[in-house]
Design a protein around this ligand. Structure first.
Ligand code: ZN
Length: 232
């Protein structure tokens, strides 16, 4: 119960003239709130804690998430399985970059979403694609997942997939309510909720990235190769 999965987004936005901060990051914030509501409404009783967080001061330099990480002890940090951040606009949560040894866990956690949400406009299902990126999570440092990755806690920034062009609204006067695309936000909310729930009920925490020194990494890859694979 004291182990934690985090679903999050930043609540603050770029404070420029006429911007409503809709896609950066009203959409991500609403996805977090709706994910929490969905799980509460469903009466979900996960094995571990799911913590929903709305960060502040992201635009000034990830202030909220950095201070949060600083406030936690080594012991606290070791109890966080994974941190998810929705901060890529209004598109659907279409995938995650993941270190190779995390892919099976995340694919299992997100599998129930595939084939469920269909976009009539796009003519396709809004599926989740877990992308193996090698020994480490290959991601960027531009949002609230980054301070967690820095201290070895798996932090994920959702790939956003869909017809919206993030650059159209980002930090401009165009970032207004009409940019929000409801069907993608519905999928994203379910995705955030189900991924967090399944990881919170998984047999173990998400495996961490291999340590810098070679011995544990070798031990890990040896034990993983003994398991049946799906030919990945
Ligand atoms: Zn943002």
């Amino acid at each position: 119960v004291d182990r934690v999965v985090v679903g999050s987004a930043h609540l603050d936005s770029w404070d420029g003239p006429q911007s409503m901060g809709t896609t950066d990051n009203g959409t991500g914030s609403s996805v977090v709130l709706e994910a929490a509501r969905l799980l509460t409404q469903a009466g979900a009783r996960p094995k571990r804690t799911i913590r929903f967080i709305l960060w502040t001061g992201e635009e000034q330099g990830l202030w909220g998430s950095r201070k949060y990480v600083e406030s936690l002890s080594e012991e606290d940090l070791a109890k966080i399985s994974a941190v998810f951040v929705d901060d890529g606009g209004t598109n659907a949560e279409g995938g995650l970059p993941a270190a190779d040894h995390m892919v099976d866990y995340l694919a299992a956690a997100t599998a129930p979403l595939n084939g469920v949400f269909y976009s009539e406009t796009d003519g396709k299902h809004l599926n989740v694609n877990i992308r193996p990126t090698g020994e480490k999570i290959k991601t960027h440092g531009g949002s609230d997942h980054a301070p967690f990755n820095k201290v070895g806690v798996p932090g994920f920034f959702w790939d956003e997939v869909g017809r919206a062009d993030y650059g159209e609204g980002w930090h401009t006067q165009n970032d207004r309510l009409d940019l929000a695309i409801e069907e993608y936000l519905v999928q994203s909310s379910a995705c955030m909720a189900i991924t967090a729930y399944n990881l919170a009920c998984a047999p173990a925490l998400l495996p961490r990235e291999p340590a810098e020194h070679p011995e544990p990494a070798l031990a890990q890859s040896a034990s993983m190769s003994e398991q049946p694979t799906n030919g990945r």
